[in-house]
Design a protein around this ligand. Sequence first.
Ligand SMILES: [Cu+2]
Length: 158
Amino acid sequence: MALSMKASTAFGTKVVAPQRTSVRARATPVVSATLREDVARFAKAAGVGIASLGLALSANAASVKLGADGGALVFEPSTVTIKAGESVTWTNNVGFPHNVVFDEDAIPSGANAESLSHEDYLNAPGESVSSKFTTPGEYSYYCEPHQGAGMAGKIIVQ
Ligand SMILES: [Cu+2]
């Protein structure tokens, strides 16, 4: 009550337009601080979310399943087309362990087979790896454990 009286008094002695803001600021300092904190926290969390979302969007990662839903030992889809600078993410689906192997002679010159490859076996369900492709061209790759079964794929980088 004392606060609102003071606010009313102030209201009477000052210019009308900015008073509303002034009164609200005076009447709810604690709420404002908490709100500011919440907004800051939210902005921080959202910022991180938006940042990674932006990254995902601008990087436009293509997704490849390791093993088809039906159980076939294939990369699904076996061929993906992306733009230079975009990434491909491989995710364990069925029939693992899988891995992702690029050979020097099956990728554009200038690209690094070793850094693109993920030779460590993916053993866990849903486990994923990704590679970023910066050099345009065609990249053939395979899964070592299932190479004999024809588990091979292609990335076309435009
Ligand atoms: Cu495999």
